[in-house]
Design a protein around this ligand. Structure first.
Ligand SMILES: Nc1nc2c(ncn2[C@@H]2O[C@H](COP(=O)(O)OP(=O)(O)OP(=O)(O)O)[C@@H](O)[C@H]2O)c(=O)[nH]1
Ligand SMILES: [Mg+2]
Length: 438
């Protein structure tokens, strides 16, 4: 399916066309949608004051880029993007942009934002970026930071965000819930990650993260003193004979610097025994930090973000089309109805055929569609939707046809199944490798 233009390239062309009209030449929404379509996926970090957003960001960026404190700290929306995007156009003049090299740079740009419950009123900057705000859609994906491993207080906000950004094809995956400060929660990570989507009844991916450990793993001036503190403890094994450990128990045995390093990197002393046992055979400081990184679960969040970024075209085009629809529906619009009509026509283009197939693949892989079919049938359908090929197209068509006709199937599931059946009937099997005759 090569040679098909990206959907966001088509939307960019659409905006460029509108901007040629003298009535719209300086329109800030059109200018920003055009910029957005040319940039890596825009991700916004949201959550309450002191949820640990900036700390998480520093871990993702592997450096002290954002200021952190126990009081309300972040006051403006600040975008972090790869060094290759110098002076990247931003959604609003009040936003700041900072170039930094980080593992996901190039694939996404990420914004730190004021907490949603500020006393200062700075929350308005964040709310402008959320559904209902004038900059809604300027970010196409969201990392929503939750506290205490629970989503109950945020369920409505999460539901609004998911519903209002899903677009015409019920796109899933652009909202990631992060259960932050996991060190302060008694439940284990797997339980938290499984419970959040179940309790909210939303198709969101939840990831539990210990941001402090993530920073220690990635930022040298936090990680190096931690490694040295762990070595000091190993030299005095009597420290860990207590069943309940508090930081003040360590002050008689370790230097103040070592205790401080442990508090900064671990938050709670309950993580110390596990960390010591998991690093008992680590030969080098780098080995220790790999264990710290693994325990922080930052790599899991990064892999979820990398997966979203892989479908950056899908998410960006969806957000951009939703923005343009709202722009065309604004009360002052002279040509709104005509623009809406032209936007609808975009969905008939080859680029949007590809967009629909990738959205369907996400629904099969991450959503409810095909949930009662065997894993192999879902994997083959995803392969077919993404590449136009799969191992046994006629067999796949038969199984997804049977799935589609079930009387209790939702309209969305039936649409996706019919799309798969149509593709399977036209598809080729991949060429059989030499020597793999059955
Ligand atoms: N125990 C624990 N504390 C953390 C963790 N991550 C951050 N903190 C602390 O939480 C406080 C707030 O962290 P920030 O990263 O500044 O929080 P924020 O969400 O950016 O806050 P605002 O910018 O004010 O909205 C700081 O004192 C951090 O040290 C964590 O994983 N565990
Ligand atoms: Mg902050």
């Amino acid at each position: 399916m090569s040679g098909v233009p990206d959907a966001r390239g088509v939307v960019a062309g659409f905006c460029a066309d509108l901007l040629r009209d003298p009535r719209h030449r300086d329109d800030p929404v059109l200018r920003d949608v055009l910029a957005q379509c040319g940039q890596p996926l825009r991700v916004l970090l949201v959550g309450d004051v002191s949820a640990g957003k900036s700390t998480l960001l520093n871990a993702l960026l592997a450096g002290h880029h954002a200021q952190t404190d126990h009081r309300e700290t972040t006051s403006a929306v600040t975008w972090f993007h790869g060094p290759g995007l110098q002076a990247a156009p931003l959604p609003d003049p009040s936003h700041r942009g900072i170039a930094a090299d980080f593992p996901l740079a190039g694939r996404l740009m990420i914004a730190d934002a004021p907490g949603l419950n500020t006393h200062s009123g700075n929350a308005r900057h964040t709310r402008r970026m959320l559904p209902g705000g004038d900059l809604a859609g300027a970010a196409a994906a969201y990392v929503f930071l939750l506290l205490r491993g629970r989503a109950d207080g945020e369920a409505e906000a999460l539901a609004d965000l998911t519903a209002m950004t899903a677009g015409p094809y019920d796109l899933t995956g652009n909202v990631v819930a992060v259960a932050g400060k996991a060190d302060e929660v008694a439940s284990d990570f797997a339980e938290i990650e499984e419970r959040i989507p179940r309790e909210t009844r939303l198709p969101i991916r939840a990831v539990a993260v210990h941001q402090k450990m993530a920073v220690a793993a990635r930022v040298a001036d936090v990680g190096t003193p931690l490694v040295s503190a762990l070595e000091a403890i190993r030299a005095k094994p009597e420290i860990l004979t207590r069943t309940v450990l508090h930081w003040h128990h360590l002050t008689h045995h370790l230097s103040q610097g070592h205790v401080q390093a442990l508090v900064t990197a671990l938050g709670s002393p309950s993580w110390l025994p596990g960390l010591l046992s998991r690093t008992a055979r680590s030969a080098t400081a780098a080995d220790v930090l790999r264990v710290v990184e693994d325990m922080s679960r930052l790599p899991v969040l990064e892999s979820v973000l990398a997966d979203i970024a892989e479908d950056g075209d899908l998410f960006t085009a969806t957000a951009a089309v939703l923005r343009l629809r709202r722009w065309a529906a604004r009360p002052a619009s002279h040509d709104g109805a005509a623009v809406q009509e032209r936007l609808r026509a975009l969905h008939g283009t080859a680029a949007f055929d590809g967009w629909r197939r990738r959205a369907a693949a996400r629904l099969v892989r991450h959503g409810e569609v095909g949930a009662d079919l065997p894993r192999d049938d879902r994997d083959a359908a995803c392969e077919l939707l993404r590449s136009g090929r799969c191992p046994d197209p006629p067999a796949l068509a038969t199984r997804w046809s049977a799935y589609a006709v079930h009387p209790l199937r939702s309209t969305r599931s039936r649409d996706v199944a019919e799309l798969i059946v149509g593709l399977a009937r036209r598809a080729d099997a991949p060429p059989r490798l030499k020597g793999t005759a059955r």
